[in-house]
Design a protein around this ligand. Structure first.
Ligand code: IFM
Length: 482
Protein backbone atom coordinates (compact mmCIF):
# COMPACT_ATOMS: atom_id res chain seq x y z
CA UNK A 1 0.00 0.00 0.00
CA UNK A 2 1.38 3.44 -0.82
CA UNK A 3 1.85 5.78 2.12
CA UNK A 4 -0.48 8.74 2.54
CA UNK A 5 2.01 11.39 1.54
CA UNK A 6 1.34 15.09 1.79
CA UNK A 7 1.32 15.14 -1.97
CA UNK A 8 -1.50 12.65 -2.12
CA UNK A 9 -3.91 15.03 -0.56
CA UNK A 10 -2.65 18.53 -0.89
CA UNK A 11 -1.40 18.94 -4.42
CA UNK A 12 -2.63 22.24 -5.67
CA UNK A 13 -1.94 21.71 -9.33
CA UNK A 14 -3.25 18.21 -9.72
CA UNK A 15 -5.45 17.27 -6.85
CA UNK A 16 -7.51 14.90 -8.92
CA UNK A 17 -4.56 13.24 -10.53
CA UNK A 18 -2.85 12.83 -7.18
CA UNK A 19 -5.91 11.11 -5.78
CA UNK A 20 -6.33 8.98 -8.85
CA UNK A 21 -2.84 7.65 -8.64
CA UNK A 22 -3.06 7.11 -4.90
CA UNK A 23 -5.25 4.22 -5.94
CA UNK A 24 -5.36 2.54 -2.58
CA UNK A 25 -5.88 2.62 1.08
CA UNK A 26 -3.61 4.97 2.99
CA UNK A 27 -1.06 3.34 5.25
CA UNK A 28 -2.08 4.48 8.65
CA UNK A 29 0.81 3.19 10.65
CA UNK A 30 -1.43 2.27 13.53
CA UNK A 31 -2.38 -1.16 14.82
CA UNK A 32 -5.82 -2.50 13.90
CA UNK A 33 -8.50 -1.01 16.09
CA UNK A 34 -10.44 -3.23 18.46
CA UNK A 35 -13.68 -4.31 16.78
CA UNK A 36 -15.70 -2.30 19.28
CA UNK A 37 -14.32 0.93 17.76
CA UNK A 38 -15.08 0.02 14.16
CA UNK A 39 -18.16 0.74 12.14
CA UNK A 40 -20.02 -2.38 11.02
CA UNK A 41 -18.75 -4.13 7.92
CA UNK A 42 -20.38 -2.71 4.81
CA UNK A 43 -21.13 0.65 6.45
CA UNK A 44 -21.86 3.08 3.61
CA UNK A 45 -19.60 6.12 3.43
CA UNK A 46 -20.78 8.92 1.18
CA UNK A 47 -20.79 12.61 0.54
CA UNK A 48 -23.49 15.06 -0.47
CA UNK A 49 -24.30 18.24 -2.39
CA UNK A 50 -27.43 19.86 -3.81
CA UNK A 51 -28.27 21.14 -7.27
CA UNK A 52 -28.58 24.89 -6.69
CA UNK A 53 -25.54 24.98 -4.43
CA UNK A 54 -23.11 23.37 -6.87
CA UNK A 55 -24.41 22.95 -10.42
CA UNK A 56 -24.33 26.40 -11.96
CA UNK A 57 -25.37 26.31 -15.64
CA UNK A 58 -28.54 28.09 -14.59
CA UNK A 59 -29.56 28.85 -18.14
CA UNK A 60 -28.33 25.75 -19.91
CA UNK A 61 -30.64 23.27 -21.69
CA UNK A 62 -33.78 25.27 -21.00
CA UNK A 63 -33.66 25.29 -17.19
CA UNK A 64 -36.45 27.43 -15.73
CA UNK A 65 -36.08 30.04 -13.01
CA UNK A 66 -36.14 28.95 -9.37
CA UNK A 67 -37.21 30.83 -6.27
CA UNK A 68 -33.57 31.09 -5.27
CA UNK A 69 -32.59 33.13 -8.34
CA UNK A 70 -35.54 35.41 -7.81
CA UNK A 71 -34.67 35.78 -4.12
CA UNK A 72 -30.91 36.19 -4.54
CA UNK A 73 -31.39 38.97 -7.08
CA UNK A 74 -33.10 41.08 -4.42
CA UNK A 75 -30.56 43.45 -2.83
CA UNK A 76 -29.56 42.54 0.71
CA UNK A 77 -30.87 38.97 0.69
CA UNK A 78 -27.49 37.20 0.34
CA UNK A 79 -24.65 38.16 2.65
CA UNK A 80 -22.01 38.59 -0.08
CA UNK A 81 -24.44 39.75 -2.75
CA UNK A 82 -23.92 36.59 -4.80
CA UNK A 83 -26.38 34.14 -6.35
CA UNK A 84 -26.09 30.40 -6.89
CA UNK A 85 -26.50 30.80 -10.63
CA UNK A 86 -22.86 29.83 -11.27
CA UNK A 87 -22.57 27.41 -8.36
CA UNK A 88 -19.18 25.73 -8.61
CA UNK A 89 -19.89 24.53 -12.14
CA UNK A 90 -20.52 20.93 -11.11
CA UNK A 91 -22.74 20.74 -14.19
CA UNK A 92 -19.67 20.88 -16.43
CA UNK A 93 -17.03 19.57 -14.01
CA UNK A 94 -18.93 16.55 -12.69
CA UNK A 95 -16.34 14.10 -14.01
CA UNK A 96 -13.59 15.83 -12.08
CA UNK A 97 -15.85 15.82 -9.02
CA UNK A 98 -16.64 12.13 -9.40
CA UNK A 99 -12.88 11.49 -9.58
CA UNK A 100 -12.47 13.40 -6.32
CA UNK A 101 -15.12 11.18 -4.74
CA UNK A 102 -13.47 8.06 -6.04
CA UNK A 103 -10.17 9.16 -4.57
CA UNK A 104 -11.82 9.68 -1.20
CA UNK A 105 -13.13 6.13 -1.38
CA UNK A 106 -16.82 7.00 -0.95
CA UNK A 107 -19.31 4.42 -2.17
CA UNK A 108 -22.30 6.77 -2.39
CA UNK A 109 -23.06 10.28 -3.60
CA UNK A 110 -26.17 12.15 -2.56
CA UNK A 111 -27.09 14.84 -5.09
CA UNK A 112 -30.35 16.58 -5.89
CA UNK A 113 -32.30 16.99 -9.08
CA UNK A 114 -33.25 20.57 -9.98
CA UNK A 115 -37.02 20.67 -10.47
CA UNK A 116 -36.79 23.77 -12.76
CA UNK A 117 -34.51 21.86 -15.13
CA UNK A 118 -37.12 19.14 -15.53
CA UNK A 119 -40.30 21.23 -15.60
CA UNK A 120 -39.43 24.82 -16.42
CA UNK A 121 -42.72 26.01 -14.98
CA UNK A 122 -42.96 23.32 -12.32
CA UNK A 123 -45.70 21.38 -14.08
CA UNK A 124 -47.14 20.83 -17.54
CA UNK A 125 -44.83 19.83 -20.37
CA UNK A 126 -41.49 18.35 -19.30
CA UNK A 127 -38.30 19.88 -20.69
CA UNK A 128 -36.93 17.20 -23.05
CA UNK A 129 -33.33 18.01 -22.04
CA UNK A 130 -34.10 18.45 -18.34
CA UNK A 131 -32.72 15.14 -17.12
CA UNK A 132 -29.81 14.76 -19.56
CA UNK A 133 -27.29 16.07 -17.06
CA UNK A 134 -28.43 13.59 -14.40
CA UNK A 135 -28.17 10.77 -16.93
CA UNK A 136 -24.54 11.69 -17.49
CA UNK A 137 -23.84 12.16 -13.79
CA UNK A 138 -25.44 8.84 -12.81
CA UNK A 139 -23.57 6.96 -15.52
CA UNK A 140 -20.29 8.50 -14.42
CA UNK A 141 -20.94 7.60 -10.78
CA UNK A 142 -21.84 4.02 -11.59
CA UNK A 143 -18.76 3.64 -13.79
CA UNK A 144 -16.70 4.68 -10.75
CA UNK A 145 -18.44 2.27 -8.40
CA UNK A 146 -20.33 5.03 -6.57
CA UNK A 147 -24.02 4.53 -5.90
CA UNK A 148 -26.30 7.48 -6.72
CA UNK A 149 -28.66 8.63 -3.94
CA UNK A 150 -31.05 11.18 -5.42
CA UNK A 151 -32.90 13.92 -3.57
CA UNK A 152 -35.86 15.15 -5.57
CA UNK A 153 -36.23 18.55 -3.94
CA UNK A 154 -33.51 20.56 -2.27
CA UNK A 155 -35.26 23.96 -2.08
CA UNK A 156 -35.09 25.15 -5.72
CA UNK A 157 -38.82 25.50 -6.31
CA UNK A 158 -39.72 26.61 -9.85
CA UNK A 159 -40.52 30.32 -9.62
CA UNK A 160 -43.66 29.76 -11.71
CA UNK A 161 -45.08 27.65 -8.86
CA UNK A 162 -44.13 30.31 -6.33
CA UNK A 163 -46.10 32.81 -8.39
CA UNK A 164 -49.12 30.56 -7.84
CA UNK A 165 -48.62 30.37 -4.07
CA UNK A 166 -45.61 28.09 -3.65
CA UNK A 167 -45.91 25.76 -0.67
CA UNK A 168 -48.95 27.68 0.53
CA UNK A 169 -50.82 26.00 -2.29
CA UNK A 170 -51.85 22.36 -2.18
CA UNK A 171 -51.27 22.28 -5.94
CA UNK A 172 -47.51 22.52 -5.30
CA UNK A 173 -47.62 19.22 -3.39
CA UNK A 174 -49.58 17.61 -6.24
CA UNK A 175 -47.14 19.02 -8.82
CA UNK A 176 -44.26 17.63 -6.78
CA UNK A 177 -45.79 14.15 -6.92
CA UNK A 178 -46.05 14.34 -10.72
CA UNK A 179 -42.49 15.67 -11.05
CA UNK A 180 -41.17 12.91 -8.73
CA UNK A 181 -42.90 10.23 -10.83
CA UNK A 182 -41.37 11.68 -14.00
CA UNK A 183 -37.82 11.66 -12.57
CA UNK A 184 -38.11 8.14 -11.19
CA UNK A 185 -39.45 6.83 -14.50
CA UNK A 186 -36.40 8.22 -16.27
CA UNK A 187 -33.59 7.56 -13.77
CA UNK A 188 -35.09 4.61 -11.91
CA UNK A 189 -33.34 2.00 -14.05
CA UNK A 190 -30.03 3.12 -12.48
CA UNK A 191 -31.01 5.04 -9.32
CA UNK A 192 -32.53 2.90 -6.60
CA UNK A 193 -32.35 5.23 -3.60
CA UNK A 194 -34.51 8.34 -3.35
CA UNK A 195 -35.25 11.11 -0.86
CA UNK A 196 -38.35 13.15 -1.72
CA UNK A 197 -37.57 16.46 0.04
CA UNK A 198 -34.57 17.74 1.92
CA UNK A 199 -35.10 19.44 5.30
CA UNK A 200 -38.72 20.53 5.24
CA UNK A 201 -38.10 22.24 8.55
CA UNK A 202 -35.43 24.49 7.06
CA UNK A 203 -37.03 25.60 3.82
CA UNK A 204 -40.43 26.20 5.38
CA UNK A 205 -39.33 27.85 8.63
CA UNK A 206 -36.60 29.99 7.09
CA UNK A 207 -38.36 30.64 3.78
CA UNK A 208 -41.95 31.19 4.90
CA UNK A 209 -41.55 31.99 8.59
CA UNK A 210 -38.36 33.97 9.12
CA UNK A 211 -37.88 35.33 5.59
CA UNK A 212 -34.20 34.42 5.55
CA UNK A 213 -34.42 31.88 2.71
CA UNK A 214 -36.33 32.04 -0.57
CA UNK A 215 -39.05 33.12 -1.08
CA UNK A 216 -38.37 35.48 1.85
CA UNK A 217 -41.81 35.45 3.48
CA UNK A 218 -42.78 36.03 7.08
CA UNK A 219 -46.21 34.46 7.19
CA UNK A 220 -48.59 34.52 10.14
CA UNK A 221 -48.88 31.17 12.00
CA UNK A 222 -51.96 29.73 10.24
CA UNK A 223 -50.54 30.26 6.75
CA UNK A 224 -47.13 29.00 7.86
CA UNK A 225 -48.67 25.82 9.25
CA UNK A 226 -50.58 25.27 6.02
CA UNK A 227 -47.37 25.57 4.00
CA UNK A 228 -45.73 23.07 6.38
CA UNK A 229 -48.65 20.71 5.93
CA UNK A 230 -48.38 20.86 2.14
CA UNK A 231 -44.67 20.08 2.36
CA UNK A 232 -45.20 16.94 4.47
CA UNK A 233 -48.03 16.01 2.12
CA UNK A 234 -45.56 16.34 -0.77
CA UNK A 235 -43.22 14.02 1.12
CA UNK A 236 -45.95 11.36 1.18
CA UNK A 237 -46.86 11.90 -2.47
CA UNK A 238 -43.17 11.63 -3.33
CA UNK A 239 -42.84 8.34 -1.45
CA UNK A 240 -45.85 7.00 -3.36
CA UNK A 241 -44.44 8.20 -6.70
CA UNK A 242 -41.16 6.39 -6.03
CA UNK A 243 -43.00 3.19 -5.08
CA UNK A 244 -45.21 3.35 -8.15
CA UNK A 245 -42.41 4.04 -10.63
CA UNK A 246 -39.20 2.63 -9.15
CA UNK A 247 -37.67 -0.73 -10.01
CA UNK A 248 -37.86 -3.67 -7.62
CA UNK A 249 -35.52 -3.05 -4.69
CA UNK A 250 -35.82 0.74 -4.84
CA UNK A 251 -35.89 2.35 -1.41
CA UNK A 252 -37.20 5.74 -0.32
CA UNK A 253 -37.18 7.79 2.86
CA UNK A 254 -36.94 11.35 4.17
CA UNK A 255 -33.81 13.45 4.66
CA UNK A 256 -34.93 15.64 7.53
CA UNK A 257 -32.92 17.88 9.83
CA UNK A 258 -34.22 16.38 13.02
CA UNK A 259 -34.22 18.68 16.03
CA UNK A 260 -32.60 16.54 18.68
CA UNK A 261 -32.90 16.85 22.44
CA UNK A 262 -30.03 15.41 24.46
CA UNK A 263 -30.10 14.15 28.02
CA UNK A 264 -28.00 16.61 29.96
CA UNK A 265 -26.91 13.74 32.22
CA UNK A 266 -27.25 10.23 30.83
CA UNK A 267 -29.68 8.52 33.21
CA UNK A 268 -32.70 6.44 32.19
CA UNK A 269 -35.23 9.09 33.15
CA UNK A 270 -33.34 11.85 31.36
CA UNK A 271 -32.98 9.70 28.26
CA UNK A 272 -36.73 9.10 28.22
CA UNK A 273 -37.27 12.84 28.72
CA UNK A 274 -35.02 13.53 25.71
CA UNK A 275 -37.08 11.13 23.59
CA UNK A 276 -40.31 12.86 24.56
CA UNK A 277 -38.79 16.26 23.84
CA UNK A 278 -37.46 15.10 20.47
CA UNK A 279 -40.88 13.80 19.44
CA UNK A 280 -42.42 17.19 20.22
CA UNK A 281 -39.63 19.21 18.63
CA UNK A 282 -40.34 17.41 15.35
CA UNK A 283 -44.13 17.31 15.63
CA UNK A 284 -44.97 18.93 12.25
CA UNK A 285 -42.08 17.21 10.44
CA UNK A 286 -40.64 13.77 11.15
CA UNK A 287 -43.20 12.96 13.84
CA UNK A 288 -46.19 13.46 11.58
CA UNK A 289 -44.41 11.61 8.74
CA UNK A 290 -43.77 8.62 11.00
CA UNK A 291 -47.04 8.66 12.97
CA UNK A 292 -49.56 10.11 10.51
CA UNK A 293 -50.87 12.66 13.00
CA UNK A 294 -49.77 15.84 14.65
CA UNK A 295 -49.11 15.43 18.35
CA UNK A 296 -51.80 16.56 20.79
CA UNK A 297 -49.43 19.04 22.39
CA UNK A 298 -48.52 20.59 19.04
CA UNK A 299 -52.17 20.86 17.96
CA UNK A 300 -53.09 22.42 21.30
CA UNK A 301 -50.27 24.94 20.96
CA UNK A 302 -51.42 25.94 17.46
CA UNK A 303 -55.08 26.29 18.45
CA UNK A 304 -57.04 28.00 15.68
CA UNK A 305 -53.84 28.24 13.60
CA UNK A 306 -53.58 24.45 13.12
CA UNK A 307 -53.46 23.40 9.47
CA UNK A 308 -56.50 22.19 7.54
CA UNK A 309 -56.03 18.45 7.04
CA UNK A 310 -58.04 16.77 4.26
CA UNK A 311 -59.44 13.31 5.12
CA UNK A 312 -56.89 11.28 3.12
CA UNK A 313 -53.84 13.34 4.11
CA UNK A 314 -52.67 11.45 7.22
CA UNK A 315 -52.39 8.18 5.28
CA UNK A 316 -50.48 9.89 2.46
CA UNK A 317 -48.11 11.74 4.80
CA UNK A 318 -47.29 8.55 6.70
CA UNK A 319 -46.79 6.40 3.60
CA UNK A 320 -44.40 3.64 4.62
CA UNK A 321 -40.73 4.60 4.24
CA UNK A 322 -37.83 2.15 3.95
CA UNK A 323 -35.41 4.18 6.03
CA UNK A 324 -35.12 7.43 7.91
CA UNK A 325 -32.48 9.91 6.73
CA UNK A 326 -31.28 12.37 9.36
CA UNK A 327 -29.33 15.57 8.77
CA UNK A 328 -27.52 16.14 12.05
CA UNK A 329 -25.14 19.01 12.73
CA UNK A 330 -25.86 20.27 16.20
CA UNK A 331 -27.97 19.55 19.28
CA UNK A 332 -31.21 21.51 19.65
CA UNK A 333 -31.47 21.42 23.42
CA UNK A 334 -30.41 19.60 26.56
CA UNK A 335 -33.10 18.33 28.90
CA UNK A 336 -33.69 16.98 32.37
CA UNK A 337 -36.56 14.69 33.37
CA UNK A 338 -39.44 16.28 35.18
CA UNK A 339 -42.44 14.77 36.95
CA UNK A 340 -44.73 17.42 35.62
CA UNK A 341 -46.06 17.61 32.09
CA UNK A 342 -44.63 17.35 29.46
CA UNK A 343 -42.04 15.20 31.28
CA UNK A 344 -38.94 17.31 30.75
CA UNK A 345 -37.43 20.69 31.37
CA UNK A 346 -35.11 22.36 28.92
CA UNK A 347 -31.81 23.76 30.07
CA UNK A 348 -30.68 26.87 28.19
CA UNK A 349 -27.22 26.62 26.65
CA UNK A 350 -24.74 28.72 28.64
CA UNK A 351 -23.57 31.84 26.85
CA UNK A 352 -20.07 30.36 26.74
CA UNK A 353 -21.19 27.23 24.83
CA UNK A 354 -18.79 26.89 21.87
CA UNK A 355 -19.82 26.89 18.26
CA UNK A 356 -18.15 26.32 14.90
CA UNK A 357 -17.59 29.02 12.26
CA UNK A 358 -21.38 29.31 11.82
CA UNK A 359 -22.93 30.49 15.08
CA UNK A 360 -25.93 28.16 14.68
CA UNK A 361 -23.57 25.17 14.65
CA UNK A 362 -23.19 24.67 18.39
CA UNK A 363 -20.88 21.91 19.54
CA UNK A 364 -22.57 18.73 20.71
CA UNK A 365 -21.18 15.75 18.79
CA UNK A 366 -23.24 13.38 20.95
CA UNK A 367 -26.21 14.45 18.79
CA UNK A 368 -24.84 11.91 16.30
CA UNK A 369 -25.52 9.21 18.88
CA UNK A 370 -28.82 10.42 20.25
CA UNK A 371 -30.57 11.37 17.00
CA UNK A 372 -30.56 7.87 15.49
CA UNK A 373 -31.12 6.25 18.84
CA UNK A 374 -34.22 8.36 19.52
CA UNK A 375 -35.54 7.62 16.02
CA UNK A 376 -35.16 3.90 16.57
CA UNK A 377 -36.82 4.04 19.99
CA UNK A 378 -39.63 6.40 19.02
CA UNK A 379 -40.62 4.91 15.69
CA UNK A 380 -38.93 1.52 15.42
CA UNK A 381 -36.87 2.60 12.39
CA UNK A 382 -35.09 -0.42 10.94
CA UNK A 383 -32.68 1.48 8.68
CA UNK A 384 -31.21 4.91 9.39
CA UNK A 385 -28.80 7.02 7.36
CA UNK A 386 -27.05 10.18 8.44
CA UNK A 387 -27.86 12.06 5.26
CA UNK A 388 -25.86 15.17 6.21
CA UNK A 389 -23.25 16.05 8.79
CA UNK A 390 -20.36 18.48 8.50
CA UNK A 391 -19.28 21.95 9.47
CA UNK A 392 -18.32 25.35 8.19
CA UNK A 393 -14.79 26.57 8.86
CA UNK A 394 -12.80 29.70 8.06
CA UNK A 395 -10.92 27.64 5.48
CA UNK A 396 -8.18 30.07 4.56
CA UNK A 397 -5.49 28.49 2.36
CA UNK A 398 -2.05 28.58 4.00
CA UNK A 399 0.99 29.99 2.24
CA UNK A 400 1.48 26.65 0.48
CA UNK A 401 -2.06 26.81 -0.90
CA UNK A 402 -3.47 24.14 1.39
CA UNK A 403 -6.40 24.50 3.75
CA UNK A 404 -5.44 22.94 7.10
CA UNK A 405 -8.98 22.78 8.44
CA UNK A 406 -8.14 21.24 11.78
CA UNK A 407 -11.36 22.49 13.34
CA UNK A 408 -13.38 20.53 10.74
CA UNK A 409 -11.25 17.43 11.35
CA UNK A 410 -11.82 17.67 15.11
CA UNK A 411 -15.53 18.28 14.67
CA UNK A 412 -15.92 15.31 12.32
CA UNK A 413 -13.82 13.01 14.47
CA UNK A 414 -15.95 13.71 17.50
CA UNK A 415 -19.20 13.29 15.58
CA UNK A 416 -18.03 9.96 14.17
CA UNK A 417 -16.95 8.65 17.56
CA UNK A 418 -20.49 9.22 18.83
CA UNK A 419 -22.05 7.77 15.69
CA UNK A 420 -19.86 4.70 16.04
CA UNK A 421 -21.17 4.27 19.57
CA UNK A 422 -24.69 4.11 18.13
CA UNK A 423 -23.76 1.36 15.67
CA UNK A 424 -21.84 -0.55 18.35
CA UNK A 425 -24.98 -0.56 20.50
CA UNK A 426 -27.04 -1.94 17.63
CA UNK A 427 -28.81 1.23 16.48
CA UNK A 428 -29.39 0.43 12.78
CA UNK A 429 -27.37 3.25 11.18
CA UNK A 430 -26.38 2.00 7.73
CA UNK A 431 -24.48 4.90 6.27
CA UNK A 432 -23.20 8.46 6.55
CA UNK A 433 -23.08 11.28 3.99
CA UNK A 434 -20.63 14.05 4.75
CA UNK A 435 -21.80 17.56 3.86
CA UNK A 436 -20.26 18.60 1.63
CA UNK A 437 -17.95 17.32 -1.07
CA UNK A 438 -17.17 20.84 -2.27
CA UNK A 439 -17.31 24.39 -1.01
CA UNK A 440 -20.49 25.81 -2.48
CA UNK A 441 -23.28 28.40 -2.35
CA UNK A 442 -24.37 28.34 1.30
CA UNK A 443 -27.81 29.91 0.76
CA UNK A 444 -28.23 33.28 2.52
CA UNK A 445 -24.52 33.24 3.43
CA UNK A 446 -23.57 33.07 -0.25
CA UNK A 447 -20.05 31.78 -0.85
CA UNK A 448 -18.71 33.33 2.36
CA UNK A 449 -19.37 30.18 4.39
CA UNK A 450 -17.56 27.04 3.29
CA UNK A 451 -18.58 23.47 4.11
CA UNK A 452 -16.48 21.46 1.63
CA UNK A 453 -13.92 18.72 2.05
CA UNK A 454 -12.53 20.17 -1.14
CA UNK A 455 -11.64 23.84 -1.35
CA UNK A 456 -12.95 25.68 -4.39
CA UNK A 457 -11.16 28.80 -5.58
CA UNK A 458 -14.12 30.88 -6.66
CA UNK A 459 -12.10 32.80 -9.25
CA UNK A 460 -10.68 29.80 -11.06
CA UNK A 461 -13.01 27.04 -9.77
CA UNK A 462 -9.93 24.97 -9.07
CA UNK A 463 -10.60 22.17 -6.60
CA UNK A 464 -8.03 21.43 -3.88
CA UNK A 465 -8.70 18.78 -1.21
CA UNK A 466 -8.35 20.10 2.33
CA UNK A 467 -6.81 18.32 5.29
CA UNK A 468 -10.32 17.10 6.14
CA UNK A 469 -10.40 15.21 2.84
CA UNK A 470 -7.34 13.24 3.93
CA UNK A 471 -9.04 12.66 7.27
CA UNK A 472 -12.23 11.36 5.66
CA UNK A 473 -10.27 9.17 3.30
CA UNK A 474 -8.52 7.58 6.28
CA UNK A 475 -11.84 7.12 8.10
CA UNK A 476 -13.27 5.29 5.11
CA UNK A 477 -10.19 3.16 4.60
CA UNK A 478 -10.16 2.20 8.24
CA UNK A 479 -13.94 2.04 8.68
CA UNK A 480 -13.44 3.77 11.99
CA UNK A 481 -13.09 7.31 13.35
CA UNK A 482 -9.49 8.08 12.44
O1 IFM B 1 -25.87 23.72 2.98
C1 IFM B 1 -26.88 23.24 3.79
C2 IFM B 1 -27.71 22.22 3.05
O2 IFM B 1 -28.23 22.73 1.86
C3 IFM B 1 -28.86 21.75 3.91
N1 IFM B 1 -28.38 21.31 5.20
C4 IFM B 1 -27.49 22.17 5.93
C5 IFM B 1 -26.33 22.58 5.03
C6 IFM B 1 -25.37 23.51 5.81
O3 IFM B 1 -26.02 24.65 6.23
Amino acid sequence: MPPLTRRAWMTAAGATAAYDTANATPRLGAPALPARLQFPEGFLWGTATSAYQVEGAAEVDGRGLSVWEAFARQPGRIRDGSTGAGGVDHFHRYEEDVALMKALGVRAYRFSVAWPRVFQDGAGAANPKGLDFYDRLVDSLLASGIEPYATLYHWDLPQALQARGGWESRDTAEAFGAYAAHVVRRLGDRVHRFFPLNEIRAFIQEGYGNGIFAPGLTLPPARLNQARHHAVLAHGLGVQAVRANGRAGTIVGPAENIAVALPSVETDDNVRAAEIATRELNAPYLTVMMEGRYTDAWLAAQGADAPRVAPGDPAIISSKVDFVGLNVYTPSEYVLASESSPGFITLPLPASHPHMASSWLKLGPEALYWAPRHVERLWGAKEIFITENGTSSADEPAADGTVYDLDRVMYLRNCLIHLQRATAEGVPVRGYFLWSLLDNFEWADGYATRFGLVHVDYDTLKRTPKLSAAFYRAVIARNAPA
